[in-house]
Design a protein around this ligand. Structure first.
Ligand code: ASC
Length: 151
């Protein structure tokens, strides 16, 4: 019991000292987590983008499912950009992610708003509705990459 109590105390002290790091066992895990979420999001977004641009045949069911996954996975990366996760695994996040958090969070939120519109459009099953939301999502990806991603 005493052991448990001191372990709990040690954990809570660590959590207070490193609130963001406490979300993940180590910085590498946080980086891998956000990269994985962004990868799954991108794969699902670009599958629908290929339909919107005529590079792939339109399949309304696949589009709606993919957009829903993109919307959901678009919510995941942000918790994994905590302090101390700028280095530790190959990653392209610029230091500005941590020095200009307000702007980074704003861009992340805007992307999620665009993703929600995109996913709602895909649920209608109408390709023109989907097309009308593509630039909003793509633009929000690009704006953030230009400011916060290396190369
Ligand atoms: C994608 C992808 C991005 C965005 C961006 C839109 O499919 O991988 O990073 O769209 O290119 O401008």
């Amino acid at each position: 019991m005493k052991k448990l109590a001191s372990l709990a105390l040690a954990l809570s002290v660590t959590a207070m000292a490193f609130p963001a790091a406490a979300q993940f066992a180590k910085p590498e895990d946080a980086i891998k987590y956000r990269q994985s979420a962004l990868f799954v999001m991108q794969q699902n977004f670009s599958r629908v983008a290929a339909m919107a641009s005529g590079k792939a045949p339109f399949d309304a069911k696949v589009a709606a499912e993919s957009a829903a996954v993109a919307e959901f996975t678009g919510k995941l990366p942000w918790v994994a950009f905590g302090d101390g996760t700028d280095k530790g695994r190959d990653n392209r996040a610029k230091p500005e992610v941590w020095t200009d958090k307000a702007k980074f969070n704003d861009y992340a939120n805007k992307m999620q708003v665009e993703m929600a519109k995109f996913s709602a459009a895909a649920k209608t099953g109408n390709l023109d509705n989907i097309k009308a939301t593509m630039a909003g999502v793509g633009g929000s990806c690009k704006t953030c990459h230009d400011a916060f991603r290396k190369d």
